[in-house]
Write a protein that binds this ligand. Structure first.
Ligand SMILES: [Cu+2]
Length: 134
């Protein structure tokens, strides 16, 4: 009786397990396809967005990256300091744009209404340019 039960379990296992694996791999294939389609579909959607967007300037290794950024009017620009030392964003020659001191990890957000050149007034050799398309 005991051995019968054991062989039944083994038989069941042999039958169920391959069926389960077969079913699972089928599920994975079925699941993978829509995911890939969703990702592909999401990209053009983002590119087609015509509303205001957010551009990022990373401050790193004593540089504004990118040093030349062009945005559309209404867009938001965020400067993020990922450098080891403090920086700022200062319109040059002096104008309306002047951030607080940005320590590592700090950011400065602006919806620029005009094009301007800017520097880090702590390190005036750091120069960059922001162009706003009307
Ligand atoms: Cu600086």
């Amino acid at each position: 009786m005991k051995s019968n039960l054991k062989s039944l379990m083994v038989l069941t296992g042999m039958f169920v397990l391959p069926a389960f694996i077969g079913c699972q791999s089928q599920n994975e294939q079925t699941a993978a396809e829509p995911t890939a389609e969703t990702e592909t579909a999401a990209e053009p959607e983002q590119q087609q967005t015509t509303g205001p967007k957010t551009d990022t300037v990373v401050i790193y290794q004593m540089q504004f990256q990118p040093a030349n950024l062009t945005v559309n009017k209404g867009d938001t620009v965020v400067w993020i300091n990922k450098d080891l030392v403090a920086h700022n964003v200062t319109e040059d020659p002096a104008g309306s744009v002047k951030s607080d001191t940005l320590n590592t990890g700090d950011s400065f957000k602006l919806v620029p209404d005009h094009s301007f050149n800017y520097i880090c007034s702590i390190h005036p050799t750091m120069k960059a340019q922001l162009t706003v398309n009307e």
